[in-house]
Design a protein around this ligand. Structure first.
Ligand SMILES: Cc1ncc(COP(=O)(O)O)c(C=O)c1O
Length: 441
């Protein structure tokens, strides 16, 4: 039975006329999924259920608020805490005490740290972290691996080499508007590749900052992290660990904790607020002291909702050890995918990082069409699906086992299309894309 997805599509057509690019986040654009049939907009969300503009109900086995809704949508304890707080006021001439409480909580959970600053989004927090790290090292150049947001310091990579960021999550990022003077200030290296990292440092001994993700698809090896620590020490470089995606999903804080890694700055965002906007830059006493010498100030960094949301979310995460549940559920999905792929003779690989479990098809230039077909068929069965799943506390075994029954049916369709080369014929939509593309009405 085909769902009526018209209202979401129509709203997206209005969006791309009024908002360049259609919205403020690449990962919520329909062209990332199945562009012509994706419901695109929600009217309500609760637990793992999402209601679109036409009243259709879907189970979210995709992005869960792009990783922000770690407790599930509209967690009652979180909503209650926010609702109670709203009655007492949100923004005031005086400071919100929750800012202090949250800073103290983060210092407790990150014993290496001597100070915390707050912002709202991840990219913004990374820009703050890089400013601090540059100020502390006294050097401009950053060597990095991974995705770190939209800001100039990061996009400057592509001033050197148009496709410098292609290996780091998002290909096709243009440098229009990024000052040409930033050329050669952000140099990428390959994650988990000691040789590549050492060569990058050797070629850029004047760098002052090393920036990397806590984990993305795979975990960093112990040897790689040792190499990072050793060379950072040798060259007196500041290490920034970006835990915006990995944070709170493996431990009561960052993945750096299980790796025995000692960064100078750790950045959290996304999941820390349970879906509300809050990010934190947590640093050593030395680095944070420098932050007093560089001007960073913004009205909405002191607003109360984010602090209350993070305090409540962290309380639930640590009380319930939510990350253990996320790892368990991710493992169940990963094993389920592999079993079903064997059953249907489909070539997939599944990555290590279970709380954001990801499968990759092994069909090269056909991968995107196959992924689109998978998303299309899962939509027909009532699922928002993708090739990765951000697990939340609201996912459970029953939901996952039912999801895997739908995956079984979809893999059968995929298996036929792989054998007969028919995926393009079966699609009711254009093929999805991972790139940043210009969207035209
Ligand atoms: C590792 C990492 N860093 C930075 C960001 C940017 O965060 P935001 O989208 O909140 O600006 C993201 C977002 O996906 C991320 O995954």
């Amino acid at each position: 039975m085909k769902k009526n997805l018209n209202s979401g599509q129509l709203m997206w057509q209005r969006a791309i006329k009024a908002i360049p690019g259609g919205n403020g986040l690449l990962s919520k654009r329909p062209d990332r999924y199945a562009p012509d049939i994706w419901p695109s907009y929600f009217s309500k969300s609760s637990g793992v259920e999402v209601i679109d503009l036409d009243g259709n109900k879907f189970i979210d086995m995709a992005q869960m608020g792009i990783g922000s809704a770690i407790l599930g949508y509209s967690n009652p304890e979180l909503i209650n805490a926010i609702t109670e707080m709203l009655k007492d006021g949100v923004n005031c001439t005086l400071n919100a005490p929750e800012e202090v409480l949250l800073a103290e909580k983060l210092l407790d959970l990150n014993p290496f740290a001597g100070g915390v600053r707050f912002a709202r989004s991840g990219g913004e927090a990374m820009a703050i972290a890089i400013r601090m790290a540059r100020a502390h090292s006294g050097r401009d150049k950053v060597i990095f691996s991974g995705y770190h947001g939209w800001c100039d310091w990061y996009l400057a990579t592509n001033l050197n080499k148009n496709d410098g960021l292609s290996e780091h999550l998002i290909p096709g990022l243009d440098t229009k508007g990024v000052p040409a003077g930033l050329i050669n200030t952000a140099i990428p290296f390959t994650y988990n590749d000691i040789e590549n990292f050492e060569t990058t440092i050797k070629n850029n001994p004047d760098a002052g900052v090393i920036c990397l993700e806590g984990a993305r698809y795979d975990f960093p090896s112990k040897e790689f992290l040792e190499a990072v620590s050793q060379l950072a020490k040798k060259y007196n470089m500041v290490i920034v660990s970006d835990e915006i995606t990995s944070g709170w999903r493996m431990t009561d804080g960052g993945v750096y904790k299980i790796n025995g890694f000692n960064p100078d700055i750790v950045v959290y965002a996304k999941a820390m607020g349970g879906g509300f906007a809050i990010s934190a830059i947590v640093g050593t006493e030395e680095v944070m002291n420098t932050s007093q010498d560089t001007f960073m100030s913004s009205t909405m960094w002191t607003e109360r909702v984010g602090f209350t949301a993070a305090l409540t979310t962290i309380n639930i995460l640590t009380r319930e050890k939510v990350w253990e549940h996320l790892i368990d559920m991710g493992d169940r999905i990963g094993k389920g995918w592999l079993k079903l792929s064997e059953k249907h003779g489909i070539d997939i690989s599944v990555t290590d990082f279970k709380p954001l479990i990801t499968m990759k098809f092994g069909y090269k230039e056909r991968n995107q069409a196959l992924a689109t077909l998978f998303i299309q068929e899962m939509l027909q069965r009532g699922y928002l699906a993708a090739t990765s799943v951000y697990l939340s506390y609201a996912h459970n075994k029953k939901i996952i086992d039912e999801y895997l029954i739908a995956v079984d049916e979809c893999f059968e369709i995929l298996s036929h299309s792989i054998a007969n080369n028919t995926e393009m014929e079966l699609l009711d939509s254009r093929v999805r894309s991972d790139s940043f593309n210009r969207i035209t009405p």
